[in-house]
Each structure stands twice: as structure tokens, then as C-alpha cells.
Ligand binder design. Sequence first.
Ligand code: HEC
Length: 136
Amino acid sequence: MRRLIFILVLILVASLVACGGDSAPSSGEGEPAGGNADAGEALFAQSSIGTQAGCITCHSLEPGVALVGPSVANLGAEAGSRVSGLSAEEYVRQSIVEPNAHVVEGFGEGIMPGNYGDELSEQQLEDLVAYLLSLQ
Ligand code: HEC
């Protein structure tokens, strides 16, 4: 009897594994939403975002040109080494929603609006991050 139960359990486990195997390819089809760099570029270029000034008012896309904030021309290459322990993506995201967490050398604290996290949807934030990471 024990042997029979053992075999039944084995069959059950085997069929579960088989089902898992069948569903694996379809779960791979769902693309992660992720950010859209083209949408991010358009958003970055807006003269305003909600109640705030747009990014382009303070950030130049020309290398080395500092407006109110630093140029973002090479940010995709630099972001990963700004703050140790933060990946490029984590750093860029933090810089947008929490600008005072790390203040870029040579620039003032509290100048970049601190409420973009409220003004931007999660998708818009991801689009901006994808765009900024593409700049290098
Ligand atoms: C009123 C001017 C102003 C606006 C508008 C502004 N920023 Fe900034 N930003 C700054 C300043 C000043 C700094 C540097 C000080 C600091 O790190 O907070 C900065 C820093 C940054 C950094 C870090 C750059 C680096 O080289 O490490 C990123 C990324 C950034 N801003 C993205 C944005 C994005 C995206 C927007 C639009 C959603 C935006 N900023 C809007 C002034 C601004």
C-alpha cells in the first residue's frame, strides 16, 4: 500500500513538472514593460511637467554645457560611477525623484524640483530613465 502511494505521488510530481515545462515558453513571451527612450526624450524636452519647469530648462544635451544643472550628454556612461552601491539605473531614478540624495559636485542643493515623483507616472519615470541611460 505504501508503495502504491509512493508511486502515485511520483506520478503527480512528474505531471506537475511536465505542466511547468509546458508553460515555461509562454511565460517568456511577456515582455517586461520597461521604459521607452523615445517617449522619455519627448518628455525631457517639454518646457514644463505638471506644475514644474521641464528638464530641458535646466539640463543641456550638449556635452560640458552647464545650465542651472549639469549637462546630461554623457549621463548613461557616468551614472554607474556617481554613487557607490547604486547601479546606473538606480542612480538616475534616484536623481529624479530624490534630487538631494546625492548632489552633483559643483551644483547647488535644493534647486532641482523635489516633487517629480508626484508629477510623473511610473511609466513616465521609466521612460525618462531609459532615455537618460541611452545618452553616452
Ligand atoms: C530648476 C532646474 C532643474 C530642473 C527643472 C531639473 N533639474 Fe535635474 N538637476 C538640477 C540641478 C541643479 C542638479 C544638480 C544638483 C543635484 O544633484 O541635485 C540636477 C541633477 C540632475 C541629475 C543628476 C545628474 C548627474 O550628472 O549626476 C539628473 C539625472 C537630473 N537632474 C534629471 C532631471 C530630469 C529628468 C528632470 C526633469 C524631470 C530635471 N532634472 C529637472 C536642476 C534641475
